[in-house]
Design a protein around this ligand. Structure first.
Ligand code: NIG
Ligand code: FE
Length: 413
């Protein structure tokens, strides 16, 4: 089945020569075509160009009119905890009253309260709620998403979460990558014995997760009160030996050394970075690790701002992600994340768009499939309402400027 979108006011983020990511000054450039068409065949981008060069429309081709509208690639969201049970609005109110994230975690709230709910939930219940969230984010313009485990913290429940994520991969139109985050926190059964829990993750969980091919990547929460650099090193090393490339939660709560250990293992991404500084920037320069910032979590937890601007100015790439999870970012809205990238981090609209598309695709290892309008990539794109131009999109931070969303060439909104 062919589809052709015609009369596009501006086709945004087109690539003739696909790139893996954009860094530094290049983040400020977004290639666009005015008065354009986009042709889709069998779920892939077949061609694009100016209306004056458009191919003759064959019979049976679906024609979509996009006058006055922009067409851009759907967002990629390379860091989420989309599979979970329950919600944590009580903790949210406690936070407003003045408790910190770490204090809440120490009282048995935080991650561990979600762990309890996820252990109790059936696989079916988890699937239903995760599928609902997947539909929600697709409607908000996300076409690809990374999903982590990490609310099980025992073999049985970690596997349950990853099976849910795999089932989503098979049933949802979204492009999905899955990440094993057994080292997200120390479960109550191992209270005071974190090192032993890390050993259990290494010896009892990683081999099974890898053998069942349930995860593409491994992640560790390397931060104050969570896993140390030494434990993270052992965990990433074990993951790597089983073919799981590293991702790291780093520098959310402290200068943990998480970025450096991530770079040591050639991590696909290091994420959060609210407390990263010059040393982390230097560690990242020359590496292939994508610094990924999560402004939804920064805003929600009222954390210091990650040095995204300094990173771009130093020549690094930056990706944006939602961190969708019940504790620190109960929203997967990448449209809002892009605005927050501009508002909180002083990213320019073009930089934020690159960060939420091609760089985000790279941060989840999907840059060959998605993240730009390029021939042969999946036909994941969205059509805006009539808008003045690209800059308007992050500016109108509360407006739903998305009119239609296509994933794999099929309309999902
Ligand atoms: O990315 N930082 C660690 N993990 C999540 C929060 C998970 C939770 O609070 O449930 C995060 O922010
Ligand atoms: Fe996270």
């Amino acid at each position: 089945m062919k589809t052709i979108v015609i009369d596009i006011k501006e086709l945004v983020q087109v690539e003739r020569e696909p790139v893996k990511w954009v860094a530094g000054k290049d983040m400020g450039r977004v290639e666009r075509l005015q008065d354009a068409f986009l042709e889709v065949e069998d779920g892939r981008i077949a061609s694009f160009g100016r209306m004056s060069e458009r191919p003759a429309v064959e019979e049976g081709t679906r024609v979509v009119e996009a006058k006055g509208r922009l067409v851009l690639p759907t967002f990629c969201d390379p860091h989420t905890h989309l599979v979970y049970a329950g919600s944590r609005e009580i903790e949210y109110a406690d936070k407003i009253r003045g408790l910190s994230y770490e204090e809440i975690a120490r009282r048995g709230g935080g991650i561990l309260s979600t762990v309890e709910r996820v252990r109790e939930a059936t696989e079916e219940e988890l699937f239903e709620s995760a599928a609902e969230r997947a539909r929600e984010i697709a409607g908000q313009g996300t076409g690809a998403v990374e999903i982590k485990s990490g609310y099980g913290l025992n073999l049985e429940t970690e596997l349950k979460m990853l099976r849910v994520a795999r089932r989503l991969k098979e049933t949802s139109p979204l492009t999905i990558r899955t990440t094993f985050l057994g080292a997200h926190a120390t479960p109550p059964e191992f209270k005071g014995r974190r090192g032993e829990y890390a050993d259990a993750v290494i010896n009892e969980m990683i081999p099974v997760v890898a053998a069942e091919e349930l995860a593409d990547y491994i992640d560790v929460f390397c931060d104050n009160g969570f896993f140390t650099v030494e434990e993270t090193d052992r965990l990433l090393n074990a993951g790597m030996k089983h073919g799981l490339r590293a991702k790291v939660h780093a520098n959310e709560l402290g200068r943990s050394g998480g970025v450096q250990v991530g770079v040591k293992y050639n991590a696909l991404s290091v994420d959060h970075l609210e407390r990263a500084g010059q040393e982390e920037i230097e560690a990242l320069l020359g590496s292939e690790t994508m610094p990924t910032v999560l402004p939804g979590a920064t805003l929600f937890l009222d954390l210091p701002r990650a040095p995204a601007r300094a990173m771009i100015d130093a020549g690094l790439p930056v990706a944006l992600a939602s961190d969708y999870n019940p504790g620190s970012a109960p929203s997967g809205n990448m449209r809002l994340v892009m605005s927050l990238g501009c508002i909180l981090y002083k990213m320019l609209p073009e930089e934020a768009l690159n960060a939420a598309t091609i760089n985000a695709a790279r941060a989840m290892g999907a840059e060959e499939e998605v993240g730009s309008i390029a021939r042969g990539k999946r036909a994941n794109f969205l059509i805006t309402k009539p808008v003045p131009g690209l800059e308007y999109l992050p500016y109108a931070f509360g407006s739903d400027w998305i009119e239609r969303v296509y994933i794999g060439g099929e309309r999902v909104r």
